[in-house]
Design a protein around this ligand. Structure first.
Ligand SMILES: [Zn+2]
Length: 245
């Protein structure tokens, strides 16, 4: 993604160099390539099913202690996806967050919140073990950090995007709705506890007056691979643990 859209919103904390250009790639590209129409077409139920299958397989394989990560990688490489591709860089930031979680024995789930111009306003990773807090999911931490970054003057994260490596649980999907984010982008599905299409669809419930856009399956194999690796590691005695996203 060309860096021409980098602008005055780049802050000293999150940006400050060429890296900032990369972080701007997602939303700008999304507007150019996807737009509302493209999003619905590719991110809706049809596209969801295809991508979810691959992610589920990876998760299940991890639970069984087996490996089958090659197939999803090949599938993603073979099929151009102009809707999801612009979100790869923000998702990689979320993946980097997720990778920090195991340091404290936490399940590797990571999230970032992007401002309207793509600036990273908040980031976080699952910290239930680190904080002894059952609600310390990556999404909540990132959403709180984003509101804090905004100066605490407005809790609304209007026009912001929540990017998370695993499908949000009911708590985090609810938090996304309450925060008024415009969009939720996630990687791997969570067939056991996902509330963005798998078990529930709290983000697109027509009874709610705020419904974020949803785009799933962004770097799903990579996101799932972090989890499968974590659950394969003998030192981690957590087993399949629904509701970590
Ligand atoms: Zn959650």
């Amino acid at each position: 993604m060309p860096p021409e859209k980098n602008d005055e919103h780049v802050g000293p904390d999150e940006h400050g160099g060429p890296d900032g250009h990369v972080e701007h790639g997602g939303p700008d590209g999304h507007v150019e390539h996807g737009g509302p129409d493209g999003h619905v077409e590719h991110g809706g139920p049809d596209g969801q099913g295809v991508v979810r299958d691959g992610g589920q397989d990876a998760l299940r394989d991890g639970e069984r202690g087996e490996g089958a990560d090659d197939a999803p990688d090949e599938r993603e490489a073979d099929v151009p996806d102009p809707v999801r591709a612009p979100w790869h860089e923000p998702m990689r930031l979320a993946l980097a967050e997720a990778a920090r979680a195991p340091e404290t024995g936490d399940v590797p789930v990571g999230a970032v919140v992007l401002g309207p111009d793509g600036t990273v306003l908040g980031r976080g990773h699952n910290a239930r073990e680190a904080d002894g807090d059952p609600t310390a999911h990556a999404e909540l931490i990132a959403l709180r950090a984003a509101a804090h970054t905004q100066g605490g003057q407005d809790w609304r994260l209007t026009d912001c995007t929540l990017v998370v490596t695993l499908e949000p649980c009911t708590m985090c999907a609810g938090a996304a709705v309450l925060s008024r984010v415009a969009r939720v982008v996630y990687g791997a599905p969570d067939p056991k506890a996902g509330a963005a299409g798998s078990l529930w669809d709290a983000l697109r419930d027509r009874r709610l007056n705020h419904r974020p856009e949803v785009l799933n399956g962004v770097l799903a194999p990579e996101c799932a691979a972090l989890l499968t690796h974590f659950f394969r590691t003998p030192d981690t005695d957590f087993g399949p643990a629904p509701g970590v996203g």
